[in-house]
Design a binder for this molecule. Structure first.
Ligand code: PLP
Length: 419
C-alpha cells in the first residue's frame, strides 16, 4: 500500500458533527440491515411491500411510451421541463377519479408528485417544525416515519377506538414537548402494515378529533382500489366535504398513487387538497425537483384513461387469490397463541405471536434456517415497540410459495415455543 493511500485512510473525515441535527434521525436500523439480506435465492419473501411485477401492464406501457413519442410535438413536450403542478390532462383525470370517490374538486386542488412518498415528504416540510407533534397510529407506515423524522417531530399515538385520550390530552402532551399538534396521519384503507381498514365510525371520530384540535388530517390511500371483498368505506376527505361543503374548506389532505395499480416505476402520484395548501406545495415542488417527469406523466394519462378499471380488476383478481392462500395457510398451520388480521384488501397481514417472541431475532433464523422473510413489527413503531409482531406481505410469492412459506413460518414458531 502506498504511503499516500495510508495517510488518506488515517485521515478519514468524521462527518457526524458536521451534519444538521435532522440527519441524526436518518440512520439505518438493525431491521433495515437485516432486510438487506432478504432477497436471496431460496428465500420466500413476505417482506417486500411491493406490487407483483407480473401484473405490470407491460405491453400497454410500451405502447404508451411509443404513443407519447410518436409525433414531434408530443415528444418535445414529453421530454421538456414542465409545470410544477403537473400535466393538465393528468390533473383533469384525477379530478374525475376523486369525484368518483365523493371528492368534488378542480385541477387547482391537485398537485402531481413523485408518488405518495414525495407527497408525505412535502407535507411534513410544510407543517412540521422541530418538536411539533405528529399524531400517527401505532403501528404505522415505516416510510411515513422516515419522511416525518427528518423534521425532528415528536410522535404521539393516534388512538381511534377504546381510548380515553381527548383533544386536550393530545394538546397538553404536545405543549409539554415544547411544540403543537400539527397533523394526524392515517392510512385508512388496508393499511400498511396491518391490512386493516378504518371503520366509518373511526373516520368520523378522527374528523371530530381533528376539528377539536383544529389540525389537518393526512389521508394516505395508495391501496384504496385493491379491495377483494366487503363494502367500500367513504374516503375521509369525502366525509369532510359532506360537512364543510367544499374542498377549499376541507382540513383533509389526500395522497394518491399509481404505484399499486400500475407500477411504482412511473413515480407518479398526487395530493388532493384545498388550493391554499396546493399553492404552497407547488413552491415546495419547484424547490425540490421543478416538476415530475413529463414523459411519465404523459404515460400515466395514457394508462389511466385507457385501462384503469381493467387493470384494477386484474390486480384484484390476482391478489385476492394470494390473500386467500395466506389466510388459509395461517389458519391451517399456525400453532395456538398467535393471531392475525384478515384484510379485505391491500397487500398485508399483521401477525401477532405469543408474548415473549422477538420478531427481530426470529427473522435471522427465519432467513438462515427456514428460507422465509418478513418485516419485524417494531419497524412500524416510532419507538420500536411490540417485538412479538410482524408484517407479512402476500404480493410477491405464488400461491404454492405462500402455502409452503407459511407452513415453514409455523414450524419456526412451533420450534421456538418448544425452547
Ligand atoms: C401507506 C403507504 N404510503 C405511501 C407509500 C409510498 O408509495 P408510492 O410513493 O410508491 O406511492 C407506500 C408504499 O409502500 C405505502 O405503503
Amino acid at each position: 500500500m502506498s504511503a499516500e493511500i495510508m495517510s488518506r485512510e488515517a485521515e478519514t473525515m468524521n462527518w457526524e458533527p458536521r451534519f444538521a441535527s435532522r440527519a441524526a434521525g436518518m440512520r439505518t436500523s438493525e431491521i433495515r440491515d437485516l432486510l438487506r439480506v432478504v432477497d436471496q435465492p431460496g428465500v420466500t419473501s413476505f417482506a417486500g411491500g411491493i406490487p407483483d411485477s407480473a401484473l405490470f401492464p407491460l405491453a400497454d406501457i410500451r405502447n404508451a411510451y411509443q404513443a407519447v413519442l410518436a409525433d414531434d410535438a408530443s415528444a418535445s413536450r414529453a421530454l421538456q421541463y414542465s409545470a410544477s403542478e403537473g400535466d393538465p390532462a393528468l390533473r383533469e383525470w384525477i379530478v374525475g377519479y376523486m369525484g368518483r370517490k365523493g371528492v368534488a374538486c378542480e385541477p387547482e386542488n391537485i398537485l402531481i408528485t413523485n408518488d405518495a412518498q414525495q407527497g408525505l415528504e412535502f407535507l411534513c416540510k410544510l407543517f412540521l417544525s422541530a418538536k411539533d407533534t405528529a399524531l400517527v397510529t401505532a403501528p404505522t407506515y415505516l416510510g411515513a416515519l422516515q419522511a416525518f423524522s427528518a423534521y425532528e417531530p415528536v410522535y404521539d399515538d393516534l388512538r381511534l377506538a377504546d381510548t380515553n385520550r381527548t383533544a386536550l390530552s393530545y394538546r397538553d402532551a404536545a405543549a409539554a414537548a415544547q411544540g403543537a399538534v400539527k397533523f394526524a396521519y392515517v392510512v385508512p384503507d388496508f393499511s400498511n402494515p396491518t391490512g386493516e381498514t378504518l371503520s366509518l365510525q373511526a373516520r368520523r371520530d378522527l374528523l371530530r378529533l381533528a376539528g377539536e384540535l383544529d389540525i389537518p388530517i393526512i389521508e394516505d390511500n395508495p391501496y384504496t382500489d385493491l379491495r377483494y371483498d366487503g363494502e367500500d368505506v367513504p374516503a375521509i376527505q369525502s366525509l369532510d366535504l359532506a360537512n364543510c361543503g367544499s374542498i377549499n374548506a376541507s382540513r383533509v389532505i389526500h395522497c394518491g398513487s399509481f404505484s399499486k395499480v400500475f407500477t411504482p416505476g412511473l413515480r407518479v402520484g398526487w395530493i388532493c387538497a384545498s388550493s391554499a395548501i396546493i399553492n404552497r406545495l407547488i413552491l415546495i415542488k419547484q424547490a425540490s425537483d421543478l416538476n415530475s417527469s413529463a414523459i411519465n406523466q404523459a404515460v400515466a394519462v395514457y394508462l389511466a384513461t385507457q385501462l384503469f378499471d381493467e387493470q384494477v380488476k386484474k390486480a384484484r383478481e390476482s391478489y385476492r387469490l394470494k390473500r386467500d392462500a395466506m389466510l388459509n395457510a395461517l389458519a391451517a398451520y399456525m400453532p395456538e397463541g398467535s393471531h392475525w388480521t384478515r384484510p379485505e384488501g391491500g397487500l398485508f397481514v399483521w401477525l401477532t405471536l405469543p408474548e415473549g417472541f422477538d420478531s427481530v431475532s426470529l427473522l435471522q433464523k427465519a432467513i438462515a434456517e427456514y428460507g422465509i422473510a418478513f418485516v419485524p413489527g417494531p419497524a412500524f413503531f416510532a419507538d420500536g415497540r411490540l417485538r412479538n409482531t410482524l408484517r407479512l406481505s402476500f404480493s410477491l410469492p405464488d400461491i404454492a410459495g405462500i402455502d409452503a412459506g407459511i407452513r415453514r413460518l409455523a414450524a419456526l414458531v412451533r420450534s421456538e415455543q418448544r425452547l
